[in-house]
Every structure is written in C-alpha cells, then in structure tokens.
Design a protein around this ligand. Sequence first.
Ligand code: IPE
Ligand code: IPE
Ligand code: MG
Length: 230
Amino acid sequence: MDEKILPRHIGIIMDGNGRWAKKRLLPRTAGHVQGAKAFRKCLRHCIDLGIECVTFYAFSTENWKRPKEEVNAIMKLFSDYLDEGLDMEEDDVVMRFIGDTAPLDDALREKIGRITADTAGNHGTVCNIAVNYGGRDDILHAVKGLIKAGSDPDTLTEESISGNLYTAGLPDVDLIIRPSGEQRISNFLIWQAAYAEYVFMDVLWPDFSEKDLDGAIEEYSRRNRRFGGI
Ligand code: IPE
Ligand code: IPE
Ligand code: MG
C-alpha cells in the first residue's frame, strides 16, 4: 500500500460481540472472548502496516449500564490481556490507556500503570485502549484540567483543549472504522474525529480480519479530504 495515503491515526469501535455470540446461541461473553482475539490480530496488522497510532474502543462510559456479570467478564478479559500482552519490546509498541481509570479495580489500574510505564520509551505504533472512555468525558476532563491550572479563558485555544485530552500529543483521528452495521459514533473520540473519514462495515467485530482492515484503509485512501477547502 502507498505509504502516503495511510491514515496516521485509526480509531476502531470494536462492536458486534454480543450479536456474534447470539448468532451462535452462545452467551454474550463468548463474543467478548472472540472479540479479544480479533483485537490482538488487528493490532498486530496495524504494527505490520506501520500505522503510527491506533485507538481501540474497548469499554465506554455508557457500558456500565450492562449487567454486572458482563461488565466483570469484559474487565477480566482486559486484565488477562494485560498479563499476557504482546511482545511489546520486540514490537516497539507504545501502550496507552485513555479514559477515566479511577472506577477500575486497583489490580487492573496497577497493571495499566505498569504497562504504560514499561512501553513509554518505545518508538513504534502507539496503541491506545479506550476503557471507561467517553468523548464528552474526555472534553470535560480537559476543560477541568485547564481551569484547575488557572488558564485564562481569553487565551484558550483549540490547541490547548487538544493538548489536555487523553490523546494529548497524538495526531487527530484520520479514519474511524465501525464494524457491526451500526452507523454512529457512540461517544468515541468526538473532538479528535472532527474531520475523520468514517468507514462503516457489516462484519461483526469477532470476525474482523486483516482483509477488513486493508479494505477500510483502501476505502479511506479513495476519499477526497478537503478540510473545508476546495
Ligand atoms: C462491543 O460489542 C463490546 C463492548 C461494547 C464492550 P457489543 O457487546 O456491544 O456487541 P453487540 O453490539 O451487542 O452485538
Ligand atoms: C460502543 O459500542 C462502545 C464500544 C465498542 C466499546 P456499544 O455497543 O456500546 O454502542 P451502542 O450502544 O450500540 O451505541
Ligand atoms: Mg454494541
């Protein structure tokens, strides 16, 4: 693929796990297990393609509405992933976590802190995992931070807000991919995706393959981005 048209930052809404399981008469949690496998495969492919930054939507600020057993199963999968991880050193991946981690349990937060610190000095693909993430919460958190730091409202800029989001220092999102057939943003990266290209796909997340990612990137490369110009 032509490197010039690769998106710098891809956002992926990992949706459709429940429906994948339902189709197979399995419990929803089986869909999440399979979804976690699709996530590993997709991250690997992003690394192989040399994508600068990818953000995976794993758990939203709204997902707490789900039954406790399902929430616990998702957190457990997340925790297992952090135990096992990729070969971060070999892959040179920078792991970051975006969202409010305060409500997560201590053991999980400790793992998040450790993996963030261990990979901070790497130089390859930046992988953000969005956990207890909401775009509105992200903006609110940034504004609160600015006010607490004594920012003068008259000198506030879009850059100062961007620089206080969980994604501070990363490029805006170029491409948002949503599998599962839903065509909405569901409170993902709403500020960062102001000029993103959207690719909605009918595949359910657990079935999402390398080919699907290639297809979305190809579709992206055919888009004519104007950013308000002509
Ligand atoms: C995405 O799959 C996983 C999370 C939101 C945590 P869903 O669980 O939303 O799957 P569907 O949309 O019910 O099929
Ligand atoms: C979005 O999926 C959140 C994640 C994939 C983590 P949802 O399944 O929660 O979104 P809605 O409820 O269909 O908008
Ligand atoms: Mg869903």
